[in-house]
Design a protein around this ligand. Structure first.
Ligand code: 1QQ
Length: 414
């Protein structure tokens, strides 16, 4: 794991600006290793990639964002085992290389730099947040390393560059489903209060979509309240909103802040419907809002019920290990690894990838990723030329807590 101390952080931050001075096959990432020479032998720019084939994973393993990132780690680990047991890349195993992308932009930049320059990965799955992707993505774009965002849902992610795609469907497609489901469940909804974290790119993007959907659905948007993802006390905003007597409250934030906001709204006596955005889409919110999480509705880009062999295998492996149904973030992260595996297999059939120099392989992999169709646990997906995921099926789930207030589940709505 990286250390981000003092001058190293400053150095990497300046790399982000001055990429030409820092990129390429350098030894700049002295954050992790004083034996950089050992990484240059088999996976250098000229000799091709040796077995096992390194795929980089840069998701949040620490910070509050790890509430979301740990589900991604679970998903990719299942993918690594599953695809290696199926023969890897036409007989050559893959190896996931993890660098903690933490919860902020600098940690994601550091993780990307290390994966690109030291670990010499063929492609990256990460980071966790759109907020981080807008900073870390350009690093990979400049180095011509493919990136698949496993959970970046804000507007504008594929547009970061030619090498930046995502397997996470954009919020503009996913989020409106929750509003439709809420109206279907309660036709008396008229007044809507919206909350969002103003320091987070996904939250800002999602609230725009939610607000538009509310208006387009003929509902009255009575207030828009702002907070920070670092906030723990929401009394002022919650009181402001509740004074306006909303029948529906929609929250775009992350798990810790979003969960606390749900709890405080209920503690203040709010009885109406609550929709949570993608940042609340984890059973890790259960420990935050406990019994008061009950009833929160969240749109989904994955259902554990999705038919097909690969989802059955993924689900079985997940349930065996974690004793619960796989969540969306795990399924999307699995799909990210799968896209690389399937694309590498296709490339390898044309030219043995062990003979392709790393720089060339990264570029060819990027092209192959965009060209393919993938039968994943999310269903069949493909990509637009910009790297936007094309996916068919979306769902809405509602949190059902058990009376003890610590266990619960996401119940999928019909
Ligand atoms: C984004 C998101 C987050 C909620 C993912 C964890 O959707 O940052 O785009």
């Amino acid at each position: 794991m990286k250390k981000t101390i003092g001058s190293t952080t400053a150095f990497l931050a300046s790399c982000a600006v001055l990429l030409t001075a820092c990129g390429g096959n350098n030894t700049s990432t002295n954050t992790t290793s004083n034996t950089d020479t050992n990484t240059a032998t088999n996976t250098s720019a000229t000799t091709g990639v040796s077995a096992p084939i390194p795929i980089g994973i840069a998701v949040a393993q620490t910070s509050n964002v790890a509430l979301l990132g740990q589900e991604q780690v679970a998903g990719v680990k299942i993918a690594e085992k599953y695809f290696n047991e199926k023969g890897g890349i036409n007989g050559t195993k893959i190896k996931l290389v993890f660098q903690d992308a933490g919860g902020d932009e600098n940690s994601a930049i550091n993780a990307f730099q290390t994966l690109i320059n030291k670990d010499k990965v063929v492609g990256i799955v990460g980071p966790t947040l759109s907020q981080q992707a807008f900073s870390a993505g350009p690093i990979a774009e400049r180095a011509k390393v493919p990136v698949l965002g496993p959970s970046n849902t804000a507007k504008g992610i594929p547009e970061i560059g030619k090498y930046i795609g995502r397997v996470s469907a954009p919020i503009s497609i996913v989020a409106p489903n929750a509003v439709k489901a809420a109206i279907k469940q309660n036709s008396n909804i008229k007044k809507v209060a919206v909350f969002y974290a103003q320091n987070d790119a996904y939250s800002k993007s999602e609230t725009e979509i939610f607000q538009k959907t509310v208006k387009d659905s003929g509902l009255e948007l009575v207030t828009v309240q702002k907070f920070q993802t670092s906030d723990t006390d929401f009394q002022a905003q919650a009181t402001n909103a509740l004074n306006l007597k909303p029948d529906l409250i929609i929250i775009s934030g992350l798990a810790a802040d979003g969960g606390n906001l749900v709890r405080q709204l209920r503690e203040l006596g709010y009885k109406g419907t609550i929709i949570g955005g993608n940042g609340l889409n984890t059973s890790n919110v259960f420990t935050v809002c406990k019994a008061l999480c009950d009833g929160v509705m969240i749109a989904q880009a994955y259902s554990p019920q999705h038919p097909g062999e690969i989802n059955a295998a993924f689900r079985q492996a997940y349930e065996q290990q974690y004793k619960k149904e796989p969540p969306q973030f795990s399924a999307q992260a699995f799909a990210g690894v799968q896209v690389y595996v399937d694309a590498l297999k296709a490339l390898d059939k044309k030219t043995k990838i062990s003979t392709i120099p790393l720089n060339k392989l990264r570029t060819e992999l990027n092209q192959q990723v965009l060209a393919g169709k993938y039968n994943t646990p999310l269903g069949e997906i493909s990509f637009t030329p910009e790297g936007e995921v094309v996916q068919k099926d979306f769902y809405v789930a509602q949190i059902k807590m058990e009376n003890n207030g610590s266990n619960g589940k996401f119940a999928f709505l019909k």
